[in-house]
Design a binder for this molecule. Structure first.
Ligand code: GTP
Ligand code: SPV
Ligand code: MN
Length: 589
């Protein structure tokens, strides 16, 4: 399929190491993929769902011990420990390779090795990059087919001589969690993943390449790889402005990216278009502005909570050609179900663990809280016509946000780019089921990149500052949002979902110099009456005032927490960041 000696040489090495019975190169043809679907159904790896109701859709259950990313087993292996920084797990690359080589040796005996060439980003775009993943999992192949542009087209994009591709070696091995490793070697353009069969651990184009490796490449090559959705808001005159937003895992990116405008905007003719829901690669264009592409071709979205009210566009996207992972299986009509899909759970079902399950009587959940759908972007009713554009889209605003019951207000704007980098760096959010470990614990998650930054976080802040200097007055404006403030009973105060557009509208108005703001100790905020609440039940200007409240006591505690967090970066914390913290402390006096 290719003459590229770098690709051929590397694949030969992996064959010699893993010793598969058979090697299959994925060309991307439907015949080849259909044959793999057939095989996966034969072995029980996948279950074919109701062809009338869910054409081309399949269900897969992972091992019960393998349902989320594993941050404690994820490593950044740079030659020097300090280059991985204090937040990443590190091991010497030679030591790690020696350790894992023993585990890969002969691991594919009796199995088939699949070689998946794939392109992250539109074919032919200068912003796109190629990876090759070898794996022993058909589930991985079929997911990569949805999530990336894979097959021959990717090898053609790479060309016959280039060595600029990411080498991804995956084996599910025995799915042994004690020996599970997700390892990035940024200096070698390589990823080694073993003993998992789940999502972000094994679809190596996604978090491992498009964020961890790509963030490192971006630093060296002068661009940015970020954990951001990209959406366009089209006004009644037909002009579209683009926003990129970084929220931690399971904090609302897919939902915001596909939002349905509230009636008040819909009737005026506003439309929202999805460019991406998880990752943005951004470069400075010839016009000096920041341009973004979505490197992915599909959505690996959180299933629970997705329904025809919260996210009808996502639900519509999953009706064809979709793989469902770890949701409940409705045996009556061979469809699927998850918590929050509707109020009618199936009685005759199988839960995500594979046990008989009655949704009406069981106390157990039918779907894992981190169950997912893998759906082609082209199914999405609101997919942007710029989705495949080789130039990407120009970004007007960057939005950070987390899941905070208190402290962070509904929205605020940074005073300038450097302050915006500070605002991103102090993000904190409650942990979710997207990674193993405790859920609901507040932790610092700078730019939503804590689990995904492939190098020293202090240098990463420095890279953001440098990008701002290069962008100058063409830099996007930077904001922070929080949809998750709760009242005394723990209920969300802000309605969220489609109504988040009301906040985005203030953000865009600020970018165009058309809205006022008030100065607070943490940045600029809207006047409560500048958030449009027309048609919202139970929300008054006073509710908005409450949501915008900056509690100085809480923020003084916050500043102390930031100071602690910053300490670990030592002299690799840019001076500008320390200065911004001093300004915040002074503003809070
Ligand atoms: P990853 O794919 O893990 O990166 O997650 P994500 O950031 O795309 O999160 P997603 O949009 O899938 O939302 C995760 C959870 O948050 C779902 O259960 C949603 O229902 C919920 N959620 C999303 N937006 C809102 C919102 O505006 N308000 C509230 N209360 N919940 C929301
Ligand atoms: C996330 O956890 O941010 C995800 C899911 O988008 S995974 O691909 O598993 O990383
Ligand atoms: Mn994500």
């Amino acid at each position: 399929m290719t003459k590229n000696p770098n690709v051929l040489g590397w694949v030969d090495e992996t064959i010699a190491l893993c010793k598969p019975d058979k090697v299959v190169w994925l060309d991307g043809s439907q015949e080849q993929l259909d044959e793999l679907r057939r095989q996966a159904c034969e072995t029980g790896e996948m279950i074919k769902l109701n062809e009338e109701k869910l054409p081309g859709c399949y269900l897969h259950r992972t091992a019960v011990n393998d349902v989320a990313r594993v941050e404690h087993r994820t490593f950044i292996c740079t030659k020097k420990k300090e280059d991985a920084g204090p937040i990443n797990n590190w091991m010497d690359p030679d030591e790690m390779k020696a350790k894992l080589t023993k585990m890969y040796d002969g691991v594919m005996k009796g199995r088939t090795m699949y070689v998946i060439p794939y392109c992250m980003g539109p074919i032919g775009s200068k912003l796109s990059k190629v990876g090759v993943e070898v794996t022993d999992s058909i589930y991985v192949v079929l997911n990569m087919d949805i999530m990336t542009r894979m097959g021959k087209q990717a090898l053609e994009h790479l060309g016959d001589t280039s060595n600029d591709f990411v080498r991804g070696l995956h084996s599910k091995a025995d799915v042994d969690e004690e020996n599970r490793y997700i390892v990035q070697f940024p200096e070698d353009n390589a990823i080694w993943s073993i003993n998992s069969g789940y999502g972000g651990n094994v679809l190596l184009g996604k978090k491992c390449f498009a964020l961890r490796i790509a963030s490192y490449q971006g630093k060296n090559e002068g661009w940015m790889a970020e954990h951001m959705l990209i959406l366009g808001i089209e006004n009644p005159q037909g002009e579209t402005k683009y926003v990129a937003a970084a929220f931690p895992s399971a904090c609302g990116k897919t939902n915001l990216a596909m939002l349905i405008p509230p009636e008040v905007y819909k009737k005026q003719g506003y439309k929202v278009w999805t460019v991406g829901d998880d990752i943005a690669w951004m470069r400075i264009g010839e016009d000096g502005r920041l341009w973004a592409i979505n490197p992915e071709a599909g959505f690996f979205g959180v299933a629970p909570g997705t329904n025809d009210k919260s996210n009808p566009n996502a639900l519509a996207t999953t009706k064809r050609g979709t793989i469902f992972t770890n949701v409940a299986h409705n045996l009556d009509d061979n469809t699927i179900w998850w918590e929050g899909l509707d109020k009618n759970p199936p009685e005759n079902a199988v839960d995500w663990k594979g046990n008989p399950w009655n949704g009406k009587t069981s106390a157990e959940k039918g779907a894992n809280p981190n169950s997912r759908f893998t759906a082609p972007a082209k199914n999405c009713p609101c997919i942007s016509d710029k989705f495949n554009d080789v130039n990407g889209v120009p970004i007007s605003a960057i939005v950070f946000g987390g899941r905070r019951a208190k402290t962070a207000p509904l929205v605020y704007q940074s005073r300038d780019w450097a302050h915006g980098v500070f605002v991103g760096s102090i993000m904190a959010s409650e942990t979710t089921a997207a990674a193993t470990g405790a859920v609901g614990v507040v932790r610092r998650d700078p730019m939503a990149m804590r689990p995904f930054c492939g190098y020293h976080m202090g240098d990463y802040f420095g890279h953001w500052l440098e990008m701002g200097e290069r962008l100058g007055d063409k830099a996007p404006k930077i904001f922070n949002v929080n949809w998750f403030r709760t009242d005394d009973e723990g209920h969300f105060i802000w309605p969220g979902f489609g109504d988040n557009m009301r906040v985005l509208m203030w953000i865009l108005a600020r970018c165009e110099g058309k809205a006022d703001a008030v100065e607070t100790p943490i940045g600029y905020e809207p006047k409560p009456e500048d958030i449009n609440i027309e048609g919202l039940e139970g929300i008054t200007a006073d509710t908005v005032r409450g949501l915008l409240d900056v509690d100085k006591d809480l923020w003084r505690e916050e500043a102390a927490g930031i100071e602690d967090f910053y300490k670990q970066f030592g002299d690799r914390l840019p001076k500008e960041m320390a200065h911004q913290l001093e300004v915040l402390k002074k503003n809070l006096q």
